[in-house]
Design a protein around this ligand. Structure first.
Ligand code: ZN
Length: 299
């Protein structure tokens, strides 16, 4: 091999190394800037930087059935043994089976497996929801969520952080710090602000966030109880019950919530009630396992 050739190779490898280092530094600066922007949405007292997870791009570990893979990737500290999800405190909750029951019964007494009965559409496609009872994410196993988050109101309250929107309209949302949900919402707001679109109308007349309560007519806790759900403008959202629709007959609705807004929420693990047959267009709920499961089914 000629000396000049060797020198050329060394030079190439140094240039590559230099490029690599520049890319690393640029990525690091971008990461720090993003973390600071995300932190700026937290209220005073909770202004620590946080590292939000992008659920559209995160790697999902292999093995295990798809619902289990989605759950374990979504919530750190969970494990899986003998067809049961093992909670961080060691409590084992059986995944359960997909039962041969009517949709209304599946909704009110879902097993953990049945939480994945309807696949959440990642595309901004409102045709799937026209099918009666197609409510991906609305099925929740009550015992699982109480074990995942909180058994009572006092425990939930202690973990809340304020996440605020202030561009053109002010709205504050109280979200749990558990599984860094408040951080994930702050990341949504940072993404929306970076979008440059005027989202202020959606932050007026907001329907709220933390609220320890059961779903009306049931003894199941609402997602708002855990500080994992927010309601944007109640007049723009559209809600199946207010439309006068009967259960299983909520096919028609005129959506006013734009795709860019919905996608920012989904990227950071929030599903949108506007994709439900029983539509709740103001409602966003932290359910990263639904996003990850949809990705796995898509593969
Ligand atoms: Zn809601």
């Amino acid at each position: 091999m000629q000396l000049a050739h060797v020198r050329g190779m060394l030079l190439t490898s140094n240039v590559t190394k230099f490029h690599f280092e520049v890319i690393m530094i640029v990525q690091l600066i971008h990461k720090v800037q993003t973390a600071l922007l995300v932190a700026s949405f937290f209220g005073a007292g909770a202004a620590s930087a946080c590292d939000a997870v992008n659920f559209r791009t995160m790697t999902i570990p292999e093995d295990d059935p798809a619902p289990v893979r989605a759950l374990l990737a979504a919530y750190r500290g969970l494990s899986y043994a003998n067809d049961a999800v093992v909670m961080p405190d060691g409590t084992a909750l059986p995944m359960g089976v997909i039962r041969n029951v009517l949709p209304a019964e599946r909704l009110t007494s879902a097993t953990i497996s049945e939480q994945f009965y309807y696949t959440y559409p990642l595309a901004f496609d409102l045709t799937q929801r026209r099918k009666a009872w197609e409510d991906p994410g609305r099925l929740r196993n009550d015992a699982f969520f109480r074990a995942l988050y909180f058994a009572d109101k006092a425990a939930a309250r202690k973990t809340l952080s304020k996440v605020s929107w202030s561009k053109g309209a002010s709205a504050s949302f109280y979200m749990t710090g558990k599984y860094q949900v408040a951080c994930q919402l702050a990341a949504v707001f940072a993404a929306l602000e970076a979008e440059g679109t005027d989202f202020a109308p959606f932050f007026r007349k907001s329907g709220g966030s933390f609220n320890w309560r059961v779903i009306s007519g049931t003894d199941r806790l609402s997602a708002h109880s855990f500080g994992i759900a927010i309601d944007l403008n109640t007049e723009l959202g559209g809600y199946w019950k207010w439309s006068g629709a009967k259960p299983g007959h909520a096919t028609e609705y005129n959506n006013k919530v734009p795709q860019t807004l919905v996608q920012a929420f989904e990227t950071y693990g929030f599903i949108w009630g506007g994709k439900w047959h029983h539509f709740d267009g103001m409602h966003f709920e932290y359910r990263p396992e639904m996003i990850l499961y949809a990705r796995l089914i898509d593969e």
